[in-house]
Design a protein. Structure first.
Length: 249
């Protein structure tokens, strides 16, 4: 039996996949969730196994009613319980407010904020039975940074801000049994070959404005997730860990 049972949502690529790699190791079992990227989830699962861990794949759309609860129960059943849940699934929507429809706003809210609430609500009682239990959410700098020279993501920002509020509320409600924190990635480069919304020249211009003079990587963010999920973070709860290269928000 594994010594650490972990569910990571949105784990077929990017930050979720990097989190699985960072958390993997002997004695660790990870449920790799994705909506439908079976090729990506298979790569992530293989990377977990290559590091000596166990991996299982879970498929569902967390924006659908009942899906987050199903993902938690399926992961707990496959792994024999849960010690860590990493809520990473989501997407970015940069539709301006003037063009943002009710349905468009609801799509971000359901997938990100409501999806996190449902996931946490279902996972709470199971985590309380776990070993040194942790809940880690992945937010975004777009919930904090609003300037004329930065693209805004109104629906995504509102949903991620809601996640951060829930993190703080849950940290209070679940203390001292479960720690609840979030990482807040800054500009983060996607996996090689993945679709990018901006050109290389645009990415280079953004990197020049970052104090550390480079974009973040999924592995940079995953290191923050791994810390918050580790025994070393036992006295950290209700916090937002910005992994942004020094971007001030």
């Amino acid at each position: 039996m594994a010594q650490r049972n972990i569910l990571v949502t949105g784990a077929a690529s990017g930050i979720g996949a990097a989190a699985c790699r960072a958390l993997a190791g002997p004695g660790v079992a990870i449920a790799v969730h994705t909506r439908g990227n079976r090729e990506g989830s298979a790569r992530t699962a293989e990377a977990v196994r290559a590091r000596g861990g166990e991996a299982y794949e879970i498929f569902c759309d967390l924006s659908e009613a009942g899906a987050p609860e199903h993902a938690v129960q399926e992961a707990a059943g496959l792994l024999g319980g849960l010690d860590v849940v990493v809520s990473n699934a989501g997407f970015a929507d940069r539709t301006p407010v003037a063009a943002l429809t009710d349905a468009g706003f609801a799509k971000s809210h359901d997938a990100i904020a409501l999806g996190f609430l449902r996931l946490a609500r279902e996972a709470g009682p199971i985590l309380r039975q776990g070993r040194d239990p942790r809940l880690v959410a992945v937010s975004s700098f777009v919930a904090h940074l609003f300037r004329n020279d930065v693209t805004a993501f109104p629906a995504s920002a509102a949903a991620k801000a809601a996640v951060e509020a829930l993190v703080k509320a849950l940290a209070l409600e679940w203390a001292p049994d479960v720690t609840v924190n979030a990482v807040v990635p800054g500009y983060t480069r996607k996996d090689p070959g993945a679709h990018a919304a901006m050109t290389q020249a645009q990415w280079d211009a953004i990197a020049a404005r970052i104090p550390l003079k480079r974009l973040g990587t999924p592995d940079d963010v995953a290191a923050g997730i791994a810390f918050l999920a580790s025994p070393g973070a036992a006295y950290v709860t209700g916090q937002l860990l910005h992994v942004s290269g020094g971007v001030v928000v």
